[in-house]
Design a protein around this ligand. Structure first.
Ligand code: CS2
Length: 513
C-alpha cells in the first residue's frame, strides 16, 4: 500500500485533536494515565475497527485505565511506521448511505492503542509485553492462516516451517502460537498471574481451537507449562462481525478532507457490529458491553450462525463474482440472479443446519445481511474476500455441506459455491483477465489443479471428465477432509462445475434459479 505523505503540520496527532470538526469523536479519558493491559497480536484493520473501537467505548464509559492496547504486527512494519508519528491515534470511519445513496459517515479518533510493535524486528519486546506484569488479556486476529493449523482438522500443523522453527528456537519466535507459548513460559517462570487468550478470528470455536494449539505446542516444550496453562489460563470463544474493507489511498484523501488533518492509517468499516464473547476471563476484563459486546456462557451457536450465514455467503459470492468480473460486493448483489441465489442458499440450505438460537429472527437476520452487502459506501473488493480459500472453505461452506449430507439433504447451492472456488483456482476470470491466487496453500493448489486437468484429460470430456477433475481437487485432505470420498458431494460439485463451464457464472446462476 502506498503511503500518502502529508504536510507534517497537519498530521493527525494529539496536538490537533482539539481542532478536529465537532462531529468527530475523540478520546475524552486521560490518555497519559492509560496503561497497557491488552496485548493484541495481528494489528490489522479488523482489530482496529472492532476490538479497539469497542474497547474505546468501554474506556469512556468506565474510566478504568488499565485497558490500553499494545498492538503487535507479526510481519510488516507499515502500521507501526504510520502510527508512531500519530502517537498511536487513528480514525475509524463508519460508512453507510442514506435513502438517496449519499454517503453517511461517522468518524471517531481512537486513542486506546498505546504502543505498536513489529514482531520480526524485535521479538523480545513482544515476549516482554506478553510476560508483562500488567498484561491481563492477549487478543488475536491473525486471520485463519496465522494459526499454522490444518484447516480441516483444526489441529496445529507441527510441520509448518514457522512452528518447527519456534519449537527449536525459544528466544525469537515467528508464529502466533510460538509467541503465545514462549511468552506464557516466561510468565510461568516469573511466577506471574495467568491471563486470558482470546481469539477474534473467523474460526469455529475459536477459543477451543486456540487452546488446543497452544497446549499442543506447550506440551512439546514442557508438560508442566502445558498443565499450568490448561489449569489457569482462559480461552473464551467469540463471534465477531463487522465488515472492514481494505483502506485505499482514495479513502485516506477523502478522510483528510473531512478531518482537516491527515491520517496515514485510518480504518473504514460498516456501522454494523456484533461481538458475542464467552464470559470466561482469567484476570478481569473491561466492560465491553459499553461498546455493544454481549457476554454469554456459550458462543458456539453464534459462531456457527455467523460463519455459515455471513462468511459462507461472502465466500460464495466472492468466487462467483471474481469470475464474472463483479469487483465489489455491492456491485455483486445488484445482480438479481446472484441475489436470488444467496437468498435461496441461506433460506433453503444453510438455515436448516443452524443450532437453535432462541429469540433470533433468522429471516430478519438474512434480510439485514443482504442490506449490509448492498452498502455502496464500502467498496468491499470481492478479490479481498477470495483470498486464502483453503483456510476458509471448511468452516464457511464444507461444515454446512457435511451437516446437510448427514441429514440426507441436497446441496445444489453449496455445490455451486464450492465449484466457484475450484473454478476461481484457474487464475483468470471469464473475460480472460489473470490474477494471482493468494493462499498459503497456493503451490499445493496449483499442483492439484494440474493433476486434475490431467485426470480429466484421461477420462475425456463431459460430466465424467469433470467428475474426475473435481475428485482430484477435492481429494485434498487438509481442506476437504473425507468429503472428497463422498460421491454425493463430488457428483453435486461436478454438476455445478459443468454448469459454470458451459453457461458461465451468470448463466449458471440463472439456471440454478
Ligand atoms: C470476509 C470477512 O474477507 C473475508 O473473508 O468474509 O472478513 C467478513 O467481512 C467479516 O468476517 C465480517 O464480519
Amino acid at each position: 500500500m502506498e503511503l500518502v505523505t502529508p504536510p507534517a503540520a497537519r498530521r493527525l496527532r494529539p496536538a490537533v485533536l482539539d481542532s478536529l470538526p465537532a462531529g468527530v469523536a475523540r478520546p475524552a479519558y486521560d490518555r497519559a494515565a492509560l496503561r497497557v493491559g491488552i496485548v493484541h497480536l495481528g494489528l490489522g484493520a479488523f482489530a482496529r475497527a472492532h476490538l479497539a473501537a469497542v474497547n474505546e467505548a468501554a474506556l469512556h464509559a468506565s474510566g478504568d485505565l488499565r485497558w490500553g492496547i499494545c498492538g503487535v504486527s507479526l510481519r510488516q512494519a507499515d502500521t507501526r511506521n504510520a502510527l508512531v508519528p500519530q502517537d498511536g491515534l487513528y480514525t475509524l470511519a463508519l460508512r453507510g448511505a442514506d435513502a438517496q445513496g449519499g454517503l453517511v459517515q461517522q468518524a471517531a479518533v481512537i486513542g486506546s492503542l498505546l504502543e505498536s510493535l513489529v514482531a520480526p524486528e524485535d521479538p523480545q519486546a513482544v515476549l516482554a509485553r506478553i510476560a508483562g506484569a500488567d498484561t491481563r488479556i492477549i487478543s488475536v486476529t491473525v486471520t485463519e492462516k496465522g494459526y499454522c493449523h490444518d484447516p480441516a482438522s483444526g489441529r496445529l500443523n507441527i510441520e509448518h516451517p514457522d512452528i518447527e522453527h519456534d519449537l527449536a528456537q525459544p528466544c525469537a519466535p515467528r508464529s502466533t502460537i510460538g509467541f503465545l507459548v514462549r511468552g506464557l513460559q516466561r510468565r510461568h517462570a516469573d511466577g506471574l498471574r495467568p491471563l486470558t487468550l482470546m481469539s477474534l478470528d473467523n474460526l469455529p470455536s475459536n477459543g477451543h481451537l486456540l487452546q488446543g494449539m497452544v497446549l499442543d505446542f506447550a506440551e512439546r516444550v514442557d508438560p508442566a507449562l502445558a498443565q499450568w496453562i490448561a489449569a489457569t489460563c482462559a480461552f473464551p470463544s467469540s463471534m465477531v462481525d463487522r465488515i472492514v474493507p481494505r483502506t485505499t489511498d482514495e479513502d485516506r484523501r477523502a478522510l483528510a478532507q473531512a478531518l482537516g488533518a491527515h491520517d496515514a492509517w485510518p480504518v473504514l468499516g460498516e456501522p454494523y457490529l456484533e461481538w458475542v464473547v464467552e464470559d470466561r476471563f482469567a484476570a478481569g476484563r473491561p466492560d465491553w458491553s459499553a461498546g455493544g459486546a454481549r457476554f454469554v456462557a456459550e458462543a458456539a451457536p453464534f459462531e456457527t450462525l455467523k460463519l455459515r450465514m455471513v462468511n459462507g455467503t461472502h465466500s460464495a459470492l466472492a468466487y462467483l463474482s471474481v469470475m464474472a468480473g463483479w469487483s465489489t460486493v455491492d456491485q455483486a448483489v445488484a445482480q438479481p440472479a446472484l441475489l436470488a441465489y444467496l437468498d435461496r442458499l441461506m433460506r433453503v440450505e444453510i438455515v436448516p443446519t443452524l443450532p437453535p438460537l432462541p429469540g433470533l429472527d433468522l429471516a430478519q437476520y438474512q434480510r439485514r445481511l443482504l442490506r449490509r452487502y448492498a452498502n455502496p459506501a464500502l467498496k468491499h473488493q470481492t478479490q479481498q474476500i477470495a483470498m486464502d480459500g483453503s483456510q476458509k472453505m471448511p468452516q464457511r461452506l464444507l461444515d454446512t455441506v457435511r451437516a446437510r449430507l448427514a441429514a440426507g439433504q441436497p446441496i445444489p447451492g453449496l455445490a455451486l459455491a464450492v465449484a466457484g472456488w475450484l473454478h476461481f483456482l484457474r487464475g483468470k476470470n471469464e473475460a480472460g483477465r489473470r490474477y494471482d491466487i493468494q493462499d498459503p496453500m497456493a503451490e499445493t493448489l496449483a499442483c492439484r489443479y494440474a493433476q486434475a486437468e490431467q485426470a480429466a484429460r484421461r477420462v475425456g470430456q463431459g460430466l465424467e471428465g469433470t467428475r474426475a477433475w473435481v475428485a482430484a481437487l477435492t481429494g485434498l485432505r487438509p481442506v476437504f477432509g473425507d468429503l472428497g470420498q463422498d460421491p454425493r458431494f463430488v457428483q453435486a460439485v461436478a454438476g455445478a462445475m459443468q454448469s459454470l463451464r458451459s453457461l458461465g457464472v451468470a448463466g449458471a446462476l440463472a439456471a440454478a434459479g
